[in-house]
Write a protein that binds this ligand. Sequence first.
Ligand SMILES: [Zn+2]
Length: 284
Amino acid sequence: MGNIYNFSSLNSFNSFSTIELFLYSLFLLSLGSFISVVIFRTSSNLQNNTKELNILFPRSFCPECNHQIKILHLLPLIGFFLQLGKCKICKNKIPFFYPITEISFLLIGLLLAFVYGLGIFCFFLLFLFSIFYILFYLDLKYYYLPFSINILLIPSGLLGNTFFNIFVDTNSLIFNLYPLQFSLYGLLAGYISLWSVNFIFKLISKKDGIGGGDFILFGGIGSLLGPFSLGVILFMASLFGCLMFLISRKKHTKQVPLGTCLILGSICYFLIKNFELLDSFLVI
Ligand SMILES: [Zn+2]
């Protein structure tokens, strides 16, 4: 069974009917809207607001004046433009984060459909993109990787690779690994490597150097992309970390969001491998 790296099907606009494209775009905008609600509510709970918010309740409201938002104004993108980017009651600006998230999901989702078609690879990558988007933003802004979302990567890797071979690459053939072993060894190697670094750091400095969320995240990435990816990803994550430190020295003097850097490293690894950028570099 083919995996995502040797799957080559570039579609065109003609590959989809107008109704398919329309419904899929609506789905993507709603997904983007849902993800921004998840991010807003998780970060709002973090900031010790009096109201404890879960994903479904209470209904969406303006965080400034607590006014409940009309159904029409909740529509992705349309709601933002109907209100001209401001709350109708208190006139406070609605953060650009909402339309930007919705547009990002629309564009990434369409790109995935054109590259992979509307099948298992497309929806699996869309699901992973949603998880990574939430973790990326919350870690960058609050140094926080919520356990309930972070942990989803592990079963995704184990199931996706075991049943659909999604990221199982040629390295696993060389080492005679079954897809489940590929995923399981990745999970263990990812988790244990960062845990050990932190363990040694703690012995020396008597405090944690890496958060527990980062072990789980790296374990999850390992279960998805396999044990052979981890060295490259960690190397690229350190480069991103250094870059972040240099660019915003004031904000990141004490701490660099490792989770955000690991996600950037994973995306680069995936792109390089998927589009064989390395091969073309080597040819040049
Ligand atoms: Zn308001």
